[in-house]
Design a protein around this ligand. Structure first.
Ligand SMILES: [Mn+2]
Length: 392
């Protein structure tokens, strides 16, 4: 029988969305903070349960989550342990140890399952899981312990003993020719591990956290996986909506599976007015309502469209029509009441509006100006709007 493992990372429990109004932020957060409890209930209800649950860092959004959230989270993990599942947790960049009020310092002694505390990669186990021996290799991200400029090149080698060998790190991999997305500004908030060293260690599977999307990387005999956060935090970090489950059997490659689970979607949608008959608030609203169904997402809608069709589109009306189908709706109105033809006709005027139109027309026609068009359109809206009252 293979060992079945549920691989979680980057849940960021306790995250509060700054873009939501106060009236919605609490409910959204409460819903999001139920993720671990949902995952535990899900795991225990499966006809073939996971034997092992690992959390690869950033379980919490900050080192010192509210005590009630910490207790709820520990109670959920304890349900797994009480049901006979193995649980292993490492800290990430957001919930790391060095903070004096770190949740793992305060509750470390009571933390259900194995809590990895060593700042340097170390070997643990074996854990007896589902009748198999699981050898673990991991490190707790510890701020200031090691700069990102010095990636880890020394890892405990795979033990020669029979069993399953699993790495567990909140880490970025370096030196790979492809596969890793670029590091963000918080690049020091994770371990950095040399990809060749990780390949050389020879583990069967490496459960990673840190990259906020689903990503699998083959390193020789080792499969390294980022499950990505199940729930998103923003339109640019929208979450995966999946749990990652892997079956591990000695002498066989890991078998990965993604299980879709209900989430509150964070959607970013762009609509160009006038395309595919979508030219009025009403047609756009019914098009989106059909697409959204009953999930009531957090939705950012960007409207574009030039000339008459842009001028005719009423973003306020669209917002009123669409808001009931959304948990939260944000409309960015980038429509522009002019197009090239209208600018050309305005440019012949001998007044300030004419000069403005002539200059806008020049930019509009410039080669490669496509990425500047939104800026031009914004500028036009502001400047033409200001001139409108002053001119005949
Ligand atoms: Mn994270």
């Amino acid at each position: 029988m293979p060992v079945r493992m549920l691989h979680l990372a980057d849940l960021h429990l306790g995250y509060a969305a700054p873009f939501l109004p106060a009236s919605l932020a609490g409910a959204w957060r409460e819903e999001r903070d139920r993720r671990l409890e949902h995952a535990v209930g899900w795991a225990l209800q499966q006809p073939r349960r996971p034997d092992l649950v690992v959390v690869a860092g950033d379980l919490f959004d900050r080192p010192d989550p509210e005590p009630a959230l910490a207790w709820r989270t520990m109670a959920a993990l304890r349900r797994l342990v009480d049901a006979g599942l193995a649980v292993v947790t490492v800290s990430g960049g957001h919930d790391e140890w060095t903070d004096p009020s770190s949740v793992y310092r305060r509750y470390g002694c009571e933390w259900p399952g194995l809590l990895i505390r060593e700042p340097d990669p170390s070997a643990f186990g074996p854990l007896l899981v589902g009748g198999e021996k699981v050898y673990l290799y991991g490190a707790a991200f510890t701020g200031g312990w090691r700069p990102a400029s010095r990636p880890i090149t020394q890892l405990p080698p795979r033990s020669a003993r029979e069993g399953i060998h699993v790495g567990l790190f909140h880490a970025r991999l370096t030196g790979l020719s492809a596969g890793m997305p670029e590091a963000g500004p918080a690049s020091d908030r994770a371990l950095w591990i040399d990809g060749a060293a990780l390949a050389g260690a020879g583990y069967d599977y490496v459960a990673l956290g840190c990259v906020h999307r689903y990503l699998t990387i083959s390193l020789g005999r080792t499969l390294a996986v980022y499950p990505g956060p199940v729930d998103g935090r923003s339109f640019d970090d929208p979450g995966t909506g999946h749990y990652v489950v892997v079956d591990l059997q000695e002498g066989e490659p890991p078998r990965l599976r993604r299980e879709a689970v209900p989430v509150r979607p964070l959607l970013s949608v762009s609509i160009r007015a006038g395309v595919q008959g979508l030219s009025s608030a009403r047609t756009i609203a019914s098009h989106l309502q059909a697409r959204l169904g009953a999930v009531r997402p957090v939705l950012r809608l960007v409207l574009t469209g030039d000339g008459e069709v842009g001028a005719a589109l009423d973003a306020g009306e669209l917002k009123a029509l669409l808001a009931p189908a959304c948990f939260y709706l944000e409309i960015e109105d980038r429509t522009c009441p002019v197009d090239e033809r209208r600018l050309a006709s305005l440019a012949s005027r001998e007044d300030a509006l004419g000069r403005l139109a002539a200059s806008a027309l020049e930019t509009w026609r410039e080669k490669g100006s496509a990425d500047r068009l939104p800026v031009l359109q914004d500028a036009w809206r502001l400047a033409a709007g200001a001139l409108e009252d002053a001119l005949p």
